[in-house]
Design a protein around this ligand. Structure first.
Ligand code: SF4
Length: 333
């Protein structure tokens, strides 16, 4: 089989044996920027080749997402409607009961989800909260679903407790480049997030980590984010690429819209840089045409959030997704 590691693919294009010699090295920010600069058709061809060498290109994994505790978060992430710092804060809801979570997970499974993600708006969980979330994880796992939680920053021992409860994945996004991060959040640093991801890995959990584009960042910032994710050892198993959904009352409500082809380029660059990761088309999908989504799947996206709600923003509804999968003859896994 041809070598489709990121550097080998670049080398093939450049005709360079020097790059092939370092085929296992993660792509640098400059190399990823070079991918962005390619003619779109060349970039898509390259990304689709990498995709096909590592996955069945007609299969898409589906995850469902439930907000188990909404609003009232002390952090000030500029894109988020759950921050207590923003005027547009979502109405607060306290932690759901295990029964409520099990009912939602059962419905998600019936709709075809294979993984159930539970999100709580916290800077990080208190140990007492973690006990309750661990119960939810065990109950969802018992339904035969893969489990994922996103709870903010973790302290020592918390990742291990979640692993013990049956957790498969922990989601914690790097959000944007280290350079752009302070323009988006000031109540914590990106390095705090990196630290939590280290704890997650040490506990033996799988990592789900990606970012959000369309937050006023430059192309270099997008490339730097992908390079940072790809340089993790190993890279995250799951890489959500979110398109900002500007929410009224948040600091990013008037962020300039990103060109849809730049979004497709970002998916393609992530696919090439992380050949073995699931690249997830995440928030913002409800505003994308079927054609744009299809282009993203061709560019290497092979996972979606599925169902009616994506934390607090609307998601494309399940029926619309099923119709699109049928038209594209995509199989859900
Ligand atoms: S930590 Fe999470 S819930 Fe809190 S403001 Fe940031 S993104 Fe929103």
């Amino acid at each position: 089989m041809n070598d489709h590691t990121p550097a080998a693919v670049l080398a093939a294009e450049a005709g360079s044996s020097a790059l092939a010699a370092t085929a296992s090295a993660p792509l640098t920010t400059a190399e990823i920027e070079a991918l962005y600069e390619l003619p779109l058709m060349d970039l898509l061809y390259r990304a689709a080749s990498v995709h096909r060498a590592n996955f069945d290109a007609n299969e898409v994994q589906r995850s469902a997402l439930l907000s188990v505790k909404t609003g009232g978060c002390g952090e000030n992430c500029g894109y988020c409607s759950q921050s207590a710092h923003h005027e547009g804060e979502t109405p607060r809801e306290s932690l759901l009961s295990v029964d409520q979570v099990v009912a939602a997970a059962t419905a998600a499974k019936e709709q075809g989800a294979s993984r159930f993600c539970m999100g709580a708006a916290w800077r990080g969980p208190k140990d007492s909260d973690l006990v309750k979330v661990a119960e939810m994880v065990s109950a969802v796992k018992a339904l035969g679903l893969e489990t994922c939680v996103t709870l903010g920053m973790l302290k020592d021992g918390q990742a291990e407790a979640l692993k013990e409860a049956g957790l498969d994945y922990y989601n914690h996004n790097l959000d944007t480049s280290a350079e752009h991060y302070t323009n988006i959040v000031t109540t914590h640093k990106q390095t705090d997030r990196v630290e939590t991801l280290g704890r997650v890995r040490e506990a033996g959990l799988k990592v789900c980590s990606g970012g959000i584009v369309g937050m006023g960042e430059s192309r270099r910032d997008r490339a730097a984010l992908i390079a940072q994710l790809a340089a993790m050892e190993p890279p995250p198993e799951s890489v959500p690429i979110n398109h900002l959904t500007p929410i009224p009352g948040t600091p990013l409500e008037n962020a300039p819209p990103l060109d849809p082809f730049e979004f497709v380029r970002t998916i393609a660059a992530a696919r090439i840089a992380m050949p073995k990761s699931f690249v997830r088309l995440s928030a913002g999908r409800q505003n994308m045409s079927e054609e744009l989504q299809a282009m993203c799947f061709f560019a290497g996206a092979n996972s979606i959030f599925y169902g009616e709600n994506l934390l607090t923003t609307e998601n494309a509804d399940a029926e619309r997704d099923q119709a699109l999968f049928a038209k594209l003859q995509l199989r859900a896994i």
